[in-house]
Design a protein around this ligand. Sequence first.
Ligand SMILES: C[S@@+](CC[C@H](N)C(=O)[O-])C[C@H]1O[C@@H](n2cnc3c(N)ncnc32)[C@H](O)[C@@H]1O
Length: 273
Amino acid sequence: MTISSMPGSRSYQSVYEEFDSPLMSRLRSEAYGEDIGQHSWVTGDDLRRDVARLKLSREGKLLDLGCGPCGPLTFIMKTVSCSGYGLDLSGAALAAGRRRAALLAVEDKLELKQADLDSDLALVPCAFDAAVSFDVVLHLRDRRRVFGDIARALVPGGRFLFSDAAVVSGVISSEEVAMRSMHGFAQFCAPGYNERMLELAGFILLETEDRTQSLLKNARGRLDARVRYQSEFEKLEGVTEFSRYQGYLQSIISMAERLALSRVMYLAEARPA
Ligand SMILES: C[S@@+](CC[C@H](N)C(=O)[O-])C[C@H]1O[C@@H](n2cnc3c(N)ncnc32)[C@H](O)[C@@H]1O
């Protein structure tokens, strides 16, 4: 069965089932320059700077919401020697995450749970020292509730760093909205919205940074690398799906180049109760 013949084609689940294949590993290292096991627009350089922002120690506990195959999570764990707790909807992503943790020898400090962030997360209050979420918030139905759950799960002063790849900073068309939603449900928000939701959820906003250039770098790299291996991808995905995914990347690149859809990093601190 090719990926394109599965229900929910090009869903995260179908991508994750192939995540560790030689073709996908080659794609990531050529597309991103540095393959840290990400399935997002995160770059190694951004992440190295973000680790310092989290103020984690070896004894610290890090929560990753929508960890996917745990690339950024295990990168931070390896850098700081802290513990990690990852949540994601996809069982295939978590299986890839466990393999990556074993490869980096951090599996003893990693706990993973299959969970829907749109439902009650039942996180233990004050259980974590920091939280991250890379390119996930656009898929959530009620980010204010999720931010509130995170604020309660952090120790007072605990840091939350996330990126939102769907901040509308110009004009986008209905076709582009449909294309950007090819992975499933998506929310597009206005500048200032995440800042307001963080405040209402009990956070103090510390910093924001435009990370649209990282998205552009990774999306262009992905587009070009997929062309180099077109016949292999067409065998895996089917000809129609290959072309649809290239269209998705081209659309993302176009919106980012004209600064119509921005990717923004937010850093916030849990307010003492
Ligand atoms: C763009 S990927 C990012 C993965 C990872 N953060 C990274 O940087 O490699 C988005 C992730 O969000 C997860 N996701 C989307 N909606 C979700 C939900 N409602 N509950 C849990 N995970 C969700 C997907 O399964 C996917 O792994």
